[in-house]
Design a protein around this ligand. Sequence first.
Ligand code: HEM
Length: 403
Amino acid sequence: MTQPALGVRALDLAAPATFVENDVHEFWRAVRADSPVYWHEPTDRNPGFWVVSRFRDIQSLLHHEALSSARGNVLDVVLRGDDSAGGSMVAVTDPPRHRPLRNLIWSAFTPRVLGAVVEKVRQRTDELIAKVIELDTFDFATEVAEQVPMTTICDLLSIPAADRADLLRWNKMALSSDHADSDEFEALGARNEIVLYFMELAAQRRETPGDDVISTLAAAEVDGERLTEAELAVNCYSLILGGDETSRVSAICAVLALIENPDQWDALRAGHVSVESAVEEVLRWSSPAMHLARTAKADFTIDGHEVREGDIVTLWTISGNNDEAVFDEPRRFTLSRSPNKHLSFGHGPHFCLGAFLGRAELNALLSALVAKVGRMERRGAPRPIYSNFLNGYKSLPVTFRGR
Ligand code: HEM
């Protein structure tokens, strides 16, 4: 097994505090230069795992047939053992079932459904930005960033208005990254509530189908069979898991990066750079999901290292998104960057199913800022999220002044 080369400090990549207490971009730069693929030694808490840091290796491994997602696609889950949703939830299902399941979910996202959801995202974001301009100091995370993604997913799934408060409450309890001292049992209970809620809703929509995503999923077949209510429920939940926190942290990171790079904010406001191009740079810069995890189904070689069947392999997309071999001056926030083929939505067969919505949410935010805001100022230190997976902040005190 290979150790990181001399010069690369061994950081515990399973420990959430690592990502708050260290300059991780400096760490990844050294890793890419000295030991782009290395074996992360086991600790007294966790088994060892492979670390892959270069863009080209990550991209090629995301297509590799010897790598499986079925035991989980995030480090914490694969370190604990198996993902209980493996083989049922699209993100943690392997071929041959993955493709038809993914196609089914994709087919439910019709242009009509997505068009209506995006229209609501724009309206809601415009209203939120108009409201916060009136305030003195406010927390962008709670007042704006937190208000959009869950409501968007509820719109996408046509969740009845009366049920939304419960779903939002359970989801907050289920999120571990918000509290350093979160209660594991409370979180587990909340996740069960969400799955049970979706099972009931799926059963109702099966009985009285409507013109919505859950009804489409409930009526369709994969390999000649309908999805069970449990399968429907975990796949509905997967939209929350995939789309809530990632969208939230990217919005917070967008505002922080614009405040810290006033020349880029000016260029955006002046129309010297398109909102579409800015969205891609925000996604690269924020790298909301820092890694993707896989498990080897067979032995294979990567960059001269022998990976054995059963080994855990972690692909650090946050490092790939800052790989100097692909991105010129990667630690410069450059809204006009082109090309900008980042890995923030993954790559290959599991490429994000919500990429269109994730981009639309950021587009709505940047467009609303350009239309309504003149000056943005930070009013205190942003509070970082403690996580080995999610990159970003949970609080960002700011002041916005109208144009
Ligand atoms: C997959 C990131 C928004 C639903 C993924 C993957 C990444 C990602 C990296 C690949 C996972 C893997 O390869 O194991 C993001 C980011 C977002 C975002 C950064 C926002 C900025 C959304 C939204 C939704 C969503 C809004 C739902 C409406 C999904 C689903 C998958 C997925 C269902 C699994 C696809 C598959 O396995 O075939 N996302 N996502 N995501 N995402 Fe997103």
